[in-house]
Design a protein around this ligand. Structure first.
Ligand code: NAD
Ligand code: UD1
Length: 385
């Protein structure tokens, strides 16, 4: 079991040349980043990219919606860089436990993924969402401040925009979330803006993700939702592996190219790279970043039918479709304006829906039941490179 310590038990050898170029200040030691929620879908991919870029990563996660196997697979995929990975099973709502983690290591920055993300559940259980997403964030910020760690990358969401009337949606659009989940993201953003106003030493990047899909090309890391998936692609994936009979399309009478909703799907690897770019910005002392939001999307709109067709091509599986009612609160068309991230973070998504569907299917076919798949124990640390 990987709890409270270095994942592979080794530590200490000197950083590689790549590490010096990226994860360290050049002449100084390798930089250490605390990653909350690093066992989750996006967090696990980001941790792997951070390690590859030469950072040291300390993951804290309650494993509420994830498996420690994801962290062990990150370690296996990271090869030699795994010596720079540690994991602590910690709930960020437990301030004492967070304090213990901060007392054990000096963090140069924090990437804060931990939280709950199911929109429907947030409507049913708003206090649970405020508890994890707001109280958890407040605890984290308090402990960061107490330890003088004032660089933060926060996982926000396109949900903060609600249903904008037009796209591309830029960072200046009104922030009018439609549900408790989206409101927790907006409130956390506002807390960050207030903290920066109170103390200009803080450097905070708010990343507003559009629709993350896909998986690591190895097929060892991917999305593993508990219960019925809320989002389209995890649902499609479960139909493809025979766990569900069909996908219901939420409305085919929108004013779009084929009547179905249009979204900005982004490969999780591109998203992970966006976090490395954000960290570089935080560590770039030539810019006064303050507290800034950035959209992470591709800037391209894809309809439900288009992405399902692309998945059918990638998997060779027929996905039975049922036309259903519109889902309340859904936008007709939503895709990102990406110019700000391109200009200021020097980041741009590289992958299209073909690669997203290819990698999602590779993950699904190897792990039809996610990390609980029967043969998954064979993939717990013996990944070949
Ligand atoms: P995920 O559920 O896979 O990962 C979140 C991780 O946080 C999980 O490992 C979970 O166990 C952990 N966690 C939850 N509450 C915690 C707590 N109190 N203490 C410690 N750990 C806790 O979700 P994800 O898709 O990887 O999302 C990561 C972040 O990105 C979330 O904040 C989410 O709201 C945000 N986001 C996700 C999407 C998306 O579509 N996946 C879109 C926009 C924003
Ligand atoms: C949803 C959330 C949003 C959150 C985002 C990423 C809602 C109203 N919005 O956005 O707050 O930030 O996930 O986590 O829940 N679709 C189907 N059938 C399905 C599922 C989805 O047709 O079974 C359609 C939707 O109507 C939409 C598209 O597929 O047009 C994408 O849906 P989804 O993956 O849920 O993402 P969003 O709606 O963009």
């Amino acid at each position: 079991m990987v709890v409270n310590g270095a994942v592979n038990g080794s530590s200490g050898s000197s950083p590689s040349r790549a590490a010096l170029a990226n994860g360290s200040s050049g002449s100084g030691p390798t930089r250490t980043v605390l990653v909350t929620g690093g066992a989750g879908y996006i967090g696990s991919h980001a941790v792997l990219q951070l390690l590859a870029a030469g950072f040291r990563a300390v993951v804290v996660d309650s494993l509420e919606n994830s498996s420690d196997l994801a962290v062990r697979r990150v370690a296996a995929l990271a090869g030699d860089h795994a010596r720079n990975l540690a994991f602590h099973k910690v709930d960020i709502r437990d301030e004492d436990a967070l304090e213990t983690v901060f007392a054990s290591s000096r963090f140069d920055a924090v990437i804060h993924f931990a939280g709950l993300k199911a929109v429907g559940e947030s409507v049913q259980k708003p206090l649970l969402y405020y508890d994890h997403n707001i109280l958890g964030t407040i605890n984290l910020l308090k402990v960061m401040a107490a330890h003088g760690c004032k660089k933060l990358v926060f996982s926000s969401s396109a949900a903060v925009y609600g249903s904008p009337k037009n796209s591309p949606c830029t960072e200046e659009f009104p922030l009018t979330p439609h549900n408790p989940y989206g409101r927790t993201k907006l409130i956390a953003e506002e807390i960050c803006r207030d903290i920066y106003r109170s103390d200009s030493e803080w450097r905070i990047i708010l990343l507003r993700y559009f629709n993350p899909v896909g998986a690591h090309p190895s097929g060892y890391l991917g999305e593993d939702p508990r219960g019925t998936p809320n989002n389209l692609m995890p649902f499609v994936q479960q139909v493809a592996v025979g766990r569900r009979p069909s996908v219901t399309i939420f409305g085919n009478n929108y004013a779009t190219k084929d009547g179905t909703g249009v979204r900005d799907y982004i490969h999780v690897l591109d998203l992970a790279d966006g976090h490395v770019a954000a960290l570089r910005k935080l560590f770039d002392s030539s810019s006064n970043i303050g507290c800034e939001p950035y959209n992470l999307g591709t800037g391209k709109g894809t309809s439900v039918l288009e992405i399902v067709n692309a998945f059918e091509k990638a998997s060779g599986k027929k996905i039975p479709l049922v036309i259903g009612q519109r889902r309340p609160g859904d936008a007709e068309v939503l895709f990102a304006g990406t110019g700000k991230a391109e200009r200021e973070l020097h980041w741009k998504a590289k992958y299209g829906i073909t690669e997203m569907c290819r990698d999602q299917w590779n993950w699904a076919s190897k792990n039809p039941y996610g990390y609980a798949s029967p043969d998954s124990t064979k993939q717990n640390g013996s990944i070949s490179h």
